[in-house]
Design a protein around this ligand. Structure first.
Ligand SMILES: N[C@@H](CCC(=O)N[C@@H](CS)C(=O)NCC(=O)O)C(=O)O
Length: 221
């Protein structure tokens, strides 16, 4: 039996859950998934029992509990150094950590105006000065990272899908849903992430999920 359990919310909407789940997949571990509907009446009980912050994802590994998506990635990268979860080259690794931290800490306007819904398309919606400024910064950092470190493959650091890609996978999903204007490099990167086998597996599981949350199902005014 697996010694790892990952607690997550709705696969269609929970972008942080996707990041933690991708970290587990990149690490190559076998893990149990405990998913729960964030709109269910007993969600507060579920999340309070699972997580010290009442947020998901949370990874339990035996007696070790790790919360915060970025910390889950780092824990697994320390545990499995051969998995290559961060790039090996020091400059690339610094870039990967910096852009991952930037994602973890920022882009609040994009996150609130263009939420993740892997099942839906709202082309052209969600655009406002704040979300467009966040998108411009993300496109700039993707363009720069791909140009400096991306040779040899379609991901931010080339052929290997790293924790930095895991951090930005929900953004790629948002861009599929909301279809903002993107550079050619950013468009190609979105397609590569959307078609990555781990992301396809997550999307299929999201499609099969019986839960919907009404406020994430329409694009708003
Ligand atoms: N900074 C946290 C964010 C986690 C987070 O906000 N998770 C959301 C789901 S995507 C959550 O659990 N929200 C609790 C709730 O809605 O009750 C991380 O990186 O894991």
């Amino acid at each position: 039996m697996s010694d790892f359990t990952l607690y997550i919310g709705n696969r269609a909407y929970s972008s942080w859950s996707l990041r933690g789940w991708l970290a587990c997949k990149i690490a190559g571990i076998t893990f149990a998934e405990k998913a729960h509907d964030m709109a269910a009446a007993d969600w507060p009980d579920f999340v309070r029992a699972a997580s010290p912050t009442s947020k998901v994802p949370v990874l339990r590994h035996g007696k070790v509990l790790v919360w915060e998506s970025i910390a889950i990635g780092d824990y697994l990268a320390d545990l499995f150094p051969k998995a290559g979860m961060w790039p090996n080259d020091l400059a690339a690794r610094a870039q990967a950590r910096a852009i991952s931290a930037e994602m973890h800490a920022g882009f609040a306007n994009l996150r609130s105006s263009m939420w993740m819904n892997t099942r839906r398309r709202f082309p052209g919606r969600g655009r406002n000065p704040g979300s467009l400024a966040d998108i411009a910064r993300i496109v700039a950092l993707w363009d720069e990272t791909r140009r400096r470190f991306g040779a040899g493959g379609p991901y931010l650091f080339g052929s290997r899908f790293t924790l930095a890609d895991a951090m930005y996978a929900p953004v790629a999903s948002r861009f599929v849903t909301w279809e903002p204007e993107l550079s050619a490099v950013a468009k190609a990167y979105v397609t590569a992430v959307w078609e990555h086998p781990f992301v396809v597996e997550w999307r299929k599981a999201a499609d099969a999920e019986p839960w919907t949350i009404a406020k994430y199902e329409t694009p708003g005014p």
